[in-house]
Design a protein around this ligand. Structure first.
Ligand SMILES: [Zn+2]
Length: 237
């Protein structure tokens, strides 16, 4: 089954968001083809070459992962643990750390280094000199033998354990400061998805129903590109 024009448009809107986010040139066709080929895992001749539904799904999942917006997307891509790792790191870096920073200020870097070292000392034998960073942690499942139940028990992954630990700590700091989740996120300039904020967002969307100007522009630009590519692929050699 080949992909539909609507799916192509979705891919392009995602791509323009990724480019904006990463400061990539969205109009660079060669670069886009190279990136898409890399994400799909096969050399594409044109964007139109994304013809199978599974490739389209994978590409969209990978693009969503680059944006770090969807945990579900990570599960669909070929190496789920790599994509989930990206999503978890992103959540830690863009949501948890800014809030921790607000409460801990200059003390945060050394706090974090201590927590990272402490939690991961058991696998750190091969890197005695350099400190551990989030990039060293993966999302591979860890199992520990549970004596009481006489079976292996899932205890998260290096990154999940870090996410849980930091979230618990942040919760304690937040309670000590007497902030609600909404107050904390607002002060730290982190997007908040509490009920009140979701409702406000919903009301805004009602007003500006439909696509944003950027989406419309990306769409138009993509259609133009697609036509160019179609024309190019029909050209006899
Ligand atoms: Zn809120």
């Amino acid at each position: 089954m080949s992909i539909t024009p609507a799916q192509r448009t979705s891919i392009m809107i995602l791509w323009s968001k990724v480019c904006k986010d990463r400061k990539w040139k969205s109009g660079d066709r060669e670069f886009r083809l190279a990136k898409f080929s890399e994400l799909i895992g096969r050399q594409l001749k044109s964007t139109n070459d994304v013809e199978r539904l599974d490739e389209c799904t994978k590409l969209m999942a990978e693009l969503n992962c680059l944006l770090g917006v969807s945990v579900e997307a990570g599960k669909e891509a070929s190496d789920p643990s790599l994509n989930r790792a990206r999503v978890i790191r992103n959540q830690i870096l863009t949501e948890i750390i800014p809030c921790l920073e607000m409460y801990r200020g200059e003390r945060l870097p050394s706090d974090l280094a201590d927590i990272l070292e402490d939690k991961n000392r058991w696998w750190k034998l091969d890197r005695p000199v350099r400190g551990i960073t989030l990039m060293d942690l993966d999302d591979l499942p860890i199992f520990r033998y549970d004596k009481a139940a006489s079976k292996k028990k899932f205890v998260g992954s290096q990154l999940k354990q870090m996410q849980w630990t930091l979230s618990r700590w942040l919760n304690t700091l937040r309670n000590e400061a007497g902030d609600t989740i909404h107050e904390m996120k607002t002060k730290a300039s982190v997007p908040c998805d509490c009920a009140a904020c979701k409702k406000a967002e919903f009301m805004r969307e009602e007003v500006t129903a439909g696509e944003t100007p950027e989406e419309v522009a990306a769409d138009a630009w993509f259609e133009q590109e697609m036509h160019k590519e179609e024309a190019a692929s029909e050209r006899p050699f």
